[in-house]
Design a protein around this ligand. Sequence first.
Ligand SMILES: [Zn+2]
Length: 242
Amino acid sequence: MCRDAWRCCIRRLKAAWGAATFHASFSLGNRKSLKVALRISIMATSKRNNPVLTFKILIKGYVRKIGRNGIAASPTTLLIRSGGLNIIADPGTNKRLLLSSLKKEGIGPADVGIVFVSHYHLDHTINIALFQNAKVVDGTTVYDGDREMPHKGVIPGTKIKIIATPGHAQEHAALLIPTRLGRVVFASDVFWWKSWEKQRLDLEKEDEYATNMRALKRSRRELLNAADYIIPGHGKMFKVPR
Ligand SMILES: [Zn+2]
């Protein structure tokens, strides 16, 4: 914390432009040019420290009936961009749709640096191997080839928080993404609906796959408190009612 604003400005200016630039502007005594330099330097510093996070739903998660007993399912797949880093959350099962959606965004699988998986149900994970250059992140760990390192509760290199949300599966985790829109939570299967169900918010809703319904209800409440918008595992994004 700086003691006064003037000293704080000097520090920011030095960090962004280097001491030489600062001395040149200052010695000229040109207040206007100094102000402009200051503003640009603050923008540069905050952009470097807080790259704008944007997101795009590549696939809206679905669970459809096929035939008598079968289903077709893929979860919501999210593309998050943070600075130059492309992150895919829950790559799902639908390879064709995933690749074509990525192409529309102007990126290929090789451009993805991180794949996040919310939990280990196969409908969320089958497409991981498409992303040959990506590190894989789950609720606790970063996997880089055969190496495993615990993470610090964020997607490495970003401000995206990873929140433990057990219940649907013991290892389940969600993402809290600070965006211009507000706090967007990638909730995955903490909230999900079949395509033939009405998407109605019900904290008590039974989940036939849940390993611990009590924990799941707690996770649902926690995410609703943390979010302005929720992206469910299967279903459409919704605004949290206040
Ligand atoms: Zn699941």
